[in-house]
Design a protein around this ligand. Structure first.
Ligand SMILES: *Cc1c(COP(=O)(O)O)cnc(C)c1O
Length: 476
C-alpha cells in the first residue's frame, strides 16, 4: 500500500515536469523559469519559495486581468547591471555603465519603482512622462543622482519641465533630434545629448529606409560645437535578435563620437538605445545577454583605442526586455465555435480583445504571443484553436499567422477555462483602447508572497464618463 502510493507520487511528479515542458514553462531560455504547473494542473508562478496560484487570482479578481511580478523585472535589471559591471572590471574598461528604464514601455508606478529599486535611471519619451518623474521627486523619496534622458519632440512645455527639474538638482538630459531643437536648447545650462540616425542596416523588425528620428550622420558632422554636449545617442530598432545588430551600430557610432568629441570635449557617453529581443514565441533561444555584454565592452574598448580616445560611458535603454516578461494577461474563454472549412480547429472567444488589449498583434509590430491555459494544464485532451476577441472587428483574432494555438479541449465536465498570454508587460496597456467600449483589464501585483490590486478593471460607468455620460440618469 505504502509502496504504491510512493510510486504514484513519483509518477505524478514526473508528469508535472512533462506538462511544464510541454507548455514551455520553467525554461530560462524562454524567460519562463518562474512558471510551473501544480499537481492540480493550475498555473503557478514562483518567487523563491513563495508561490502564486493564478486560479486564486482569477477567482478573486475575475478577468480580464494583468498580473505583474516586480521581482522578475528587478532580477532582469540586476542581472544586466551586474553583467556590465563585471565585464567592465574584467576587461579593464574605464567608462561607466548606466541603465535607463524606458518609461514608455510601461509607465505603471509599480513597474517604475521596481526598476528604480535596482538602481535604474530613467528615459522618458514625452513631457507627460517627465511630469511623472517630477511627481516622484516631489515625494522626496528619490535620490537626486537619478539621471533622466529625454527623447521625443521638445515642446515648450517639455523644455520648461526639463529646466524646472534641472533647477531642482536632477540630471536631466534632453536628447536633441533636429536643427529646430538645437536652436531652442541653445541656452540650456545643463548637459545635452544628440541623436544620430546611423547609416547601418541590421536584420530586425524596424529597419526602415527613411527614418524621421535624429540627425543624419553628415548633418551631424556639420554642426561642430553643441553647447554642453555629453551624450551621443542612437536607437536602431526593436526586437533585435542578433549580436551583430548591436555590435555593428556600436562600431559605426565610434568614429562619429570621436569626431564630435574634437569640438565637444565634454562628450563622454554613448547611449546605444533599446531593442533587445524577448522570446515572445518561445520557439527559438535568444542571444545570450552575458555574451553580448562581453562583446560590446570589448568592441567599445578596441574602438576607443583605435581612435585614441578615452573609453566612453555606456548607456542602455532596453525597454521590453525588462518589462515584457514580468507580466501576463488572463482571459476567460467565453464560448467555442466551429470554423467553417477548417474542421480540426475551433474558435475560442475570450473576454478581452487583441485589438484592445494585445494591440501589437495587429498593429505596430504584428506580434506573436505564447499562450497556455491557467487551468487544466495536465489534460491530455487538447484542441487546436484560433482565438477570437470580443470586439465586432474581423481583425480581432489571433491565429498564430494561420497556424494554431493549442489549448485544453472544452468538455462537459469542465468548469470555465482561462487563457494566459505571456510577455505582455511592455507597451500593450498604453496602446490599448476601448473599441466597442470594452473595459481595460484590472492589474494585480504579486510581490513578497502577497497579491494586491493595483488598478481596477474599467467599469461601464468609468467608460461612460470618458464619453460624456455623467452618470446621472435624469440628465442625458
Ligand atoms: C522605444 C525606445 C526604446 C526601447 O525600445 P525596446 O525595443 O523596448 O527596447 C529605447 N530608446 C528609445 C529612444 C526608444 O524610442
Amino acid at each position: 500500500m505504502v509502496k504504491t502510493k510512493a510510486k504514484k507520487s513519483r509518477k505524478s511528479k514526473k508528469n508535472n515536469a512533462n506538462w511544464k515542458k510541454f507548455w514551455r514553462l520553467g525554461l530560462d531560455e524562454f524567460n519562463t523559469q518562474n512558471f510551473d504547473v501544480n499537481p492540480n494542473g493550475d498555473l503557478v508562478v514562483k518567487e523563491g519559495y513563495y508561490q502564486y496560484n493564478i486560479m486564486d487570482i482569477v477567482r478573486k479578481y475575475g478577468t480580464s486581468t494583468e498580473v505583474f511580478f516586480p521581482y522578475i523585472l528587478e532580477h532582469r535589471v540586476r542581472d544586466l547591471m551586474e553583467f556590465f559591471n563585471a565585464y567592465i572590471k574584467i576587461l579593464n574598461y574605464k567608462g561607466k555603465f548606466f541603465y535607463h528604464y524606458v518609461m514608455k514601455s510601461n509607465q505603471n508606478r509599480d513597474f517604475v519603482l521596481a526598476a528604480l529599486s535596482e538602481g535604474a535611471n530613467i528615459e522618458v519619451s514625452s513631457a507627460n512622462e517627465l511630469f511623472l518623474v517630477k511627481r516622484m521627486l516631489e515625494q522626496e523619496k528619490f535620490n537626486r543622482k537619478l539621471r533622466v534622458t529625454c527623447n521625443g519632440p521638445k515642446t515648450d512645455q517639455y523644455i520648461s519641465l526639463i529646466e524646472e527639474l534641472r533647477g531642482k538638482g536632477l540630471i536631466v538630459i534632453p536628447i536633441i533630434e533636429n536643427a529646430e531643437e538645437l536652436d531652442r536648447l541653445k541656452k540650456f545650462k545643463g548637459e545635452v545629448g544628440v541623436r544620430v540616425n546611423l547609416d547601418v542596416k541590421i536584420d530586425s523588425h524596424w529597419d526602415k529606409k527613411y527614418n524621421h528620428f535624429g540627425f543624419d550622420e553628415t548633418e551631424l558632422m556639420k554642426i561642430g560645437k553643441i553647447r554642453n554636449l555629453s551624450m551621443l545617442h542612437y536607437h536602431i530598432s526593436t526586437q533585435n535578435e542578433k549580436i551583430e545588430g548591436f555590435i555593428k551600430p556600436l562600431k559605426r557610432a565610434f568614429p562619429l563620437y570621436a569626431k564630435l568629441k574634437e569640438n565637444n570635449p565634454g562628450l563622454d557617453t554613448i547611449n546605444f538605445g533599446g531593442g533587445m529581443a524577448v522570446p515572445y514565441e518561445k520557439r527559438k533561444k535568444m542571444i545570450s545577454v552575458k555574451n553580448l555584454v562581453n562583446q560590446m565592452i570589448k568592441t567599445a574598448k578596441k574602438e576607443s583605442e583605435r581612435l585614441g580616445i578615452k573609453h566612453p560611458n555606456l548607456v542602455c535603454e532596453w525597454g521590453s526586455y525588462f518589462t515584457a516578461p514580468s507580466q501576463i494577461s488572463i482571459f476567460k474563454v467565453l464560448e467555442e465555435k466551429n470554423i467553417a472549412k477548417k474542421a480540426d480547429t475551433k474558435w475560442y472567444f475570450i473576454d478581452g480583445s487583441f485589438i484592445c488589449n494585445l494591440t501589437d498583434t495587429w498593429s505596430v509590430v504584428r506580434r506573436k504571443w505564447h499562450f497556455t491555459s491557467a487551468n487544466y494544464l495536465n489534460t491530455k485532451r487538447l484542441q487546436k484553436v484560433w482565438l477570437a476577441g470580443s470586439t465586432c472587428d474581423a481583425d480581432d483574432r489571433y491565429t498564430a499567422s494561420g497556424n494554431y494555438v493549442l489549448l485544453p479541449k472544452l468538455t462537459e465536465d469542465m468548469s470555465d477555462l482561462y487563457v494566459v498570454a505571456y510577455d505582455t508587460g511592455s507597451y500593450q496597456y498604453t496602446l490599448s483602447n476601448n473599441h466597442c467600449l470594452l473595459s481595460k483589464p484590472a492589474m494585480v501585483v504579486c510581490q513578497n508572497g502577497e497579491v494586491k490590486l493595483a488598478r481596477k478593471r474599467q467599469s461601464a460607468d468609468d467608460l461612460g464618463k470618458i464619453f460624456g455620460w455623467n452618470g446621472d440618469p435624469k440628465k442625458l
